[in-house]
Each structure stands twice: as C-alpha cells, then as structure tokens.
Design a protein around this ligand. Structure first.
Ligand code: Z5A
Length: 225
C-alpha cells in the first residue's frame, strides 16, 4: 500500500544546523504572516505537544538526572533515535499541525522531517528509504515552503558554545557529523528547488530576517502549484 504525502501551502518549516538562527528567524516569518491578517501557529520539532516534548527529552537529554537511581548509562542507538523523532512527529502532526491547517491557520515549524533525513540519514548513516517509508506512513505531510538557514559548521557551533552547561546528545557530536548533516540539507535543497529557499545564515541577524521575510512574501505571491 502506498500513502500519498500532502504538500501543504500553509505549512512552512525552518531547517539548518546548530546556531544557524532558526529561532531568531521564525519571528520574521510570523511578522509577515500576521501583517497579512493570517492566524499563525509557531511550533517546533522534536516537540510541539506535551507528549512530544517528553519524547524530545528522551531523544536529546544527556544528563544524569534523566536516569533512574542506580541505572547504568545506556546509549541511545541510531535506530531508536530515528523512531523517537518520528513518534514525536506523528503526535505533533495529529495534535497540532493538521488541526491548525484544517482551520485555515499557517503553521511554522522550527524543524520537520528534513531534519530526520539530515541528522539520522546523513549524520548517523541510516537508510533514507526507511526514513521515506516512515514519512509516508507516520506523517503524510510536507511543508510547502522550507527555508534552509545555511551556515558554516564551526561558525554555528561558536554561536552556541557556552550557552548550555550540559550540551545535549546531538550537540555533543563532532564536527564531521555536522558537516555530513549540512551537506545533506544542501543536497535536499538542490533536489527540491520548488520547496526550498536557501538563506545565507552568516549575514547579520537583521539581514537574515529581511531575506527570510522576502522569501516568504515572494512565496505567498506565487506559491508553486
Ligand atoms: N533533530 C534530529 O536529530 N532529528 C529530527 O528529526 C529533528 C531534530 C526534528 C534539537 O533541535 C536537535 O534535534 C537538533 C537536531 C535534532 N540538534 N542539533 N544540533 P533544535 O532546533 O532545538 O536545536 P538547535 O538546532 O541546536 O537550535 P539552536 O542551536 O538554538 O539553533 P537556532 O535556533 O538555529 O539558533 P538561534 O537560537 O536562533 O541562535 C543561536 C545563537 O546565535 C543565539 O545566541 C543568537 O543570538 C545567535 N544568532 C542568531 N542569528 C545570528 C546571526 N545572523 N548572526 C550572529 N549571531 C546570530
């Protein structure tokens, strides 16, 4: 059985590596949409619902405090990491994304399935065909517009260094992991030019905000059909 994936024109995602400025840029998208009188739902992955946020903690948290008393350190395997990302996503899509789209709102998500292809596919080396099957069967939805904030890995990491006392599991990876993730995002953007806009995230924050706003405005004027 094949399930169709719906590409929804009111669903926008932001992607990029660590420190690329997604959280900062999301405000620019919100402002463009609010100025045009749209309802906007801002959300994020992994997460976006109370249960999905708990799954996020399982997926990312490195801290001893998450372990039970006396528990041994048990590394999360790549396959479990992928399935946790999709468990959170399935819940998020059904509880938040689809209901908002159905009532006519725009949904702007800080990360979506492209992150699974980049981090678990390119980063961890899991089979993209498996990710595609999960996307079809557990999600069935794709953003109409994806903004990729592209940034040199070391620059992104420098922006966030010192922010967290406890870097999360993925932040603790080495540069070569993040180089594979970045290459994966860029390859996906090149393969789907109608959906992706690549933004130079090395620009100062105000200029990144203007580029993001311009991309959304242009897309609202002429969404690809
Ligand atoms: N993950 C996964 O593996 N698989 C999946 O399917 C999904 C996710 C969905 C959590 O995501 C992790 O989950 C993520 C991938 C994985 N791990 N990593 N890495 P997240 O989005 O919550 O984590 P993040 O990407 O690490 O977020 P971030 O580091 O906060 O990045 P950001 O939101 O893009 O950046 P920001 O918070 O807007 O800005 C970071 C800092 O840079 C901040 O001090 C800003 O003031 C500064 N900044 C922002 N823009 C600029 C510019 N233009 N110039 C200079 N400084 C700037």
């Amino acid at each position: 059985m094949t399930e169709a994936i719906l590409t929804h024109p009111r669903f926008i995602s932001l992607e990029g590596g660590e420190g690329a400025g997604k959280s900062t840029a999301i405000a620019s998208i919100r402002d463009v949409l609010l100025q045009r009188g749209h309802e906007v739902v801002l959300t994020r992955e992994p997460g976006g619902t109370p249960l999905a946020e708990k799954i996020r903690a399982l997926m990312l948290d490195n801290r001893q405090s998450l372990r039970g008393e006396g528990d041994e350190d048990e590394p999360l395997c790549a396959e479990a990491e992928l399935l946790l990302a999709f468990a959170a996503r399935a819940q998020h899509v059904r509880q938040v994304v689809r209901p908002a789209l159905q009532r006519g709102a725009f949904v702007v998500s800080d990360r979506f399935t492209d992150s699974s292809y980049a981090y678990q596919g390119d980063g961890r080396g899991l089979d993209p065909a498996w990710i595609a099957a999960l996307e079809r069967r557990a999600v069935g939805l794709r953003p109409g517009l994806t903004l990729l904030l592209d940034l040199d890995v070391r620059e992104g990491r420098a922006r966030t260094s010192g922010r967290d006392l406890w870097p999360d599991r993925i932040e603790s990876e080495q540069d070569d992991f993040f180089e594979r993730v970045r290459a994966g995002f860029r390859r996906r953007a090149a393969a789907e030019p109608a959906r992706f806009r690549v933004i130079d995230a090395a620009l100062p924050p105000r200029e990144v905000g203007l580029a993001v706003a311009a991309a959304v405005e242009q897309w609202l004027e002429s969404p690809p059909r």
